[in-house]
Design a protein around this ligand. Structure first.
Ligand code: AMP
Ligand code: MG
Length: 350
């Protein structure tokens, strides 16, 4: 199949191109599109055949449910059993935006879309191209991240093309995404609302609206002996081909530990890499050194992380050391993704 790429950003909406993209979805095809978090791989959420195609294009296990994207509140009612008050309040505060809510599904949503669950994940993105595309597609677009399973989520259309060229009908290129990490997921089907995946909308922000929000204990640890509550979180996503270790501790000690390890690895002929920050990156002696951004503005790090992981793959780096990041605010989402990429391999140095 030929994959058509069209360019469209929030300032230049092209109604004819949107109609073409929408028609592909209505006919059961797949279109990748930009959102504020990462690029999504869209199909008709109400068509079981489309969901099957999404799993096949991604190479994703079919027990890993998809997020249904909507463009307005009016669309929510038909796909859920009920809208709890907590969902109304969160929607009021954070929709459109990078928050996904888990609700009880209605019969309209096929089991293929929800990985066999009786709950459905719903999000209303704020990205204008995404919303206009969802409307053109009939109002319900199932969309996981537009990467092949096991690769980092795409933050630019060229990474979507790397993974999806020839597998889907169309890619809408909307330029670089704004946030760079997937949405926060909150489960509202349990007695106490629970965060299943951290993201740009933090626990503190949710608690401003709902008072008390719990967290899935597997988000930052892998030794709880429990399975994550979001089925997708059990897979080791985002793993770079190189062997990644996170090093935590004070800045100087981390830098000298990493440099010692790099020297050893280079002696045995390994191609080495480091993920540091703007302030520290100059102190490392690796084959490939990449700054993830600025610790004072962790949004920069969220935006860069997946691109950096892909670049290490492209440059065939074999051993990678990364500094650790603060786990407050968006830092929790950054560390959650980095921990998964590293298979929870962390060295604490003092
Ligand atoms: P992605 O679309 O790649 O961001 O992945 C979607 C994430 O949402 C995965 O981690 C899924 O396991 C999670 N998810 C989707 N639907 C549900 C649901 N009904 N219950 C719990 N987690 C869900
Ligand atoms: Mg994904």
């Amino acid at each position: 199949m030929d994959t058509k790429v069209i360019r469209m950003d929030e300032q230049h909406i092209d109604p004819a191109a949107l109609r073409e993209a929408g028609d592909i979805i209505k006919a059961g095809g797949l279109v990748a599109f930009p959102t504020e978090t990462v690029y999504g791989l869209g199909g008709d959420a109400l068509n079981p055949e489309s969901s099957r195609k999404i799993y096949a294009a991604k190479g994703r296990p079919s027990d890993n449910p998809l997020i249904v994207h909507i463009a307005d509140m009016a669309a929510l009612k038909a796909i859920v059993k009920e809208i709890p008050e907590s969902a109304e309040r969160l929607a009021e505060a954070f929709w459109p935006g990078p928050l996904t809510m888990i609700l009880m599904k209605s019969d309209l949503v096929p089991c293929e879309t929800t990985g066999g669950l009786d709950t459905v994940a719903v999000r209303m993105p704020v990205h204008k191209v995404a919303r206009e595309f969802i409307r053109a597609a009939g109002g319900y677009v199932a969309a996981p991240s537009a990467n092949r399973s096991g690769r980092p989520s795409p933050t630019e259309a060229k990474y979507v093309a790397e993974d999806m060229d020839g597998r889907i009908e169309m890619i809408i290129d909307g330029g670089d995404v704004e946030i760079g990490l997937e949405s926060t997921i909150v489960d509202l089907t349990v007695p106490q609302p629970m965060i299943l995946r951290p993201g740009h909308i933090t626990k503190e922000m949710l608690e401003d609206v709902l008072t008390c929000v719990e967290e899935d204990c597997t988000m930052m640890r892998d030794d709880s002996g429990q399975a994550p509550k979001a089925p997708g979180m059990k897979y080791r996503h985002y793993a770079p081909k190189g062997d990644l270790t996170i090093v935590a501790g004070t800045e100087d000690v981390v830098a000298s530990y990493i440099n010692e390890q790099l020297a050893e690895q280079r002696l045995i002929g390994k191609k080495t890499g480091v993920i540091g920050t703007d302030r520290t990156i100059g102190c490392y002696h690796a084959d490939v050194c990449k700054s993830a951004g600025n610790r004072e503005d962790e949004g920069t790090i969220a935006r860069e992380l997946y691109r950096i992981l892909r670049e290490f793959d492209d440059e065939s780096v074999e051993v990678i050391y990364s500094e650790a990041f603060d786990t407050s605010g968006i830092g929790q989402a950054i560390m959650n993704r980095l921990l998964k990429a590293a298979g929870h391999k962390v060295v604490n140095v003092q």
